[in-house]
Ligand binder design. Sequence first.
Ligand code: SF4
Length: 352
Amino acid sequence: MTATALRHDWTIKEARALLELPFNDLMFRAQAVHRQYFDPNEVQVSTLLSIKTGACPEDCKYCPQSGHYNTGLEKEKLLEIERVVAEAKAAKDKGASRFCMGAAWRSPAKKDMPYVLDMVRQVKSLGLETCMTLGMLREDQALELADAGLDYYNHNLDTSEKYYNHIITTRTYQDRLDTLDNVRRAGMKVCCGGIMGMGEDLDDRAGLLVQLANLPHHPESVPVNMLVKVEGTPLDNVDDLDPFDFVRTIAVARIMMPESHVRLSAGRENMNDQMQALCFLAGANSIFYGEKLLTTNNPEADHDRELFQRLGIRPEQREQAHTEEEQVEALSEAVEYERTRHMFYDATRESA
Ligand code: SF4
């Protein structure tokens, strides 16, 4: 079978038509595309360390880390490099191949850059892939991070351009696109997606997907989050999204960006096993596990392991794990490790 060609000229009308397909037709198409590019029974598993939590000056209406809302979140200063490196080393010893670090900043301050760069260098020197999410980056900051060895940068568009100012007023959509451009031009890989269930309509979901798919290069990783309503944030009382509309969004992301890892991200703790299985069938092939997803709860890590076993899913890219038995063992060790630590959470976050 000839692989579906990558396209960068999607229209809202096309994306909307996909989102409106009969559910079974959409799932069939998404699964067919998925099998051309990926092993359908492998899912990448990631974790994230928050290197600085809360008191963010941005006003993202979904985010408990925003300093604009009173959510009772405990603020934390930038973690010491030694602590971050120790966490990274422990994660590597347990089989992790990529280490993600997130800070709740509008953008990194000049005084913080040397620490952040040192973190990247030291984590990288352990032989781990590195990923960060630090807010907006100027061109020079992106180049510095790339030079230090940063492999991935996470920066979410969150929603469509049309709906953006209903969600965030302290920055523009173009600010986001500029950072993505700076990251790409510095040679780093991009992790970029959005959040569903923020009161957006079908055209907004189509608009976000078109925006992502029409970037000059598709993001290597596309997190699709379901809003986690947090008391104290302005989106606390927004209407629930139909879970099938969430699954549809994953399926259309899979069809429009066939080579990307589509990540089932925040909101997973509110999904039952059947819904998560539908998301995998729709083409999601990456999750975060651990005690927390940034600052929101995440399903128990051992439940994830159980679900993988029930569905016959293997974790992708477990280093030094070759047989199925070894892969399950490696995941068990990583899960156990997650349960005994307090700083890691799974992540996506995506957004900062
Ligand atoms: S999503 Fe990121 S940028 Fe927005 S308030 Fe939260 S931490 Fe700040």
